[in-house]
Design a protein around this ligand. Structure first.
Ligand SMILES: C[S@@+](CC[C@H](N)C(=O)[O-])C[C@H]1O[C@@H](n2cnc3c(N)ncnc32)[C@H](O)[C@@H]1O
Length: 225
């Protein structure tokens, strides 16, 4: 089954699951997601006053980690789901993170604006990922860093996850179909090696790849040429 990735369907799906998103994410990742995201951000080497944008920021867990690791960074989060953003805004008690509702395939920023761009578990949901990658490249400063994090190798452990996750989600939510979508989109998502090729075609150079939990989760850290 090919998942429907039209922007309206994706937006509706995330608006529907926003309230329980963090809770279910924690359960489905057996509590590892926060640790992995923390490691990824720590390894980026963000400095005070760097400008960093988190794309498809959802409920703001990555932006909050960035703030914790480098409180003087200038952090922006962008997402097109109003309900996901509302949760991010509630967590933003210091008001240091700027949140905007928008589509990452059409970013309202000038060329060469950011030192870092991050996207976690986002690109997989986008009907036109090529356009998103081009936009990320455009808004990054020369030598700026792009960190992409998502599911990695489709190995035995990953297949086990595909069976467990929607059933677990079904126990805790009345929206099992949204989590079936997650698994379907995961199955057709390119491998980390193919993603690196796709990013390279748009001008990025691989700096480092990091793999977590038996390579089920992978991050690719790329530099703008
Ligand atoms: C699986 S969630 C990931 C949220 C967060 N980054 C995380 O790691 O938990 C995917 C997010 O991407 C957003 N999204 C999908 N397509 C988008 C687009 N074209 N522009 C902006 N946001 C988008 C959805 O609204 C959703 O909040």
């Amino acid at each position: 089954m090919t998942p429907d990735k039209s922007p309206q369907t994706i937006k509706t799906t995330f608006n529907l699951i926003a309230e329980k998103y963090d809770f279910i994410n924690n359960i489905m990742s057996f509590g590892t997601q926060n640790y992995i995201k923390h490691q990824c951000i720590k390894n980026l080497g963000i400095r005070p006053h760097d400008r960093i944008i988190d794309l498809c920021c959802g409920t703001g867990d990555l932006t909050e980690i960035i703030l914790k690791i480098e409180p003087k960074a200038q952090i922006t989060g962008i997402d097109f789901s109003e309900n996901m953003l509302n949760i991010a805004k509630k967590k933003n008690i210091t008001r240091k993170i700027q949140y905007f509702e928008g589509d990452i395939t059409n970013l309202p920023y000038e060329d060469n604006s950011f030192d870092f761009a991050t996207i976690s578990f986002g690109l997989r949901n986008i009907a036109n990922p090529e356009k998103a990658i081009e936009e990320i490249y455009r808004i990054l400063k020369p030598k700026g860093t792009f960190m992409h994090l998502d599911f990695g190798e489709k190995n035995f452990v990953s297949k086990f996850f595909d069976i467990i996750a929607p059933n677990l989600a079904g126990v805790f939510t009345d929206n099992k179909s949204a989590y079936n979508y997650l698994i379907e989109s995961k199955k057709i998502f390119p491998s980390p090696d193919d993603l690196i090729k796709d990013f390279s075609k748009k001008g990025f150079v691989l700096k480092k790849r990091e793999d977590y939990i038996f390579h089920v989760i992978s991050s690719q850290i790329m530099t703008k040429n």
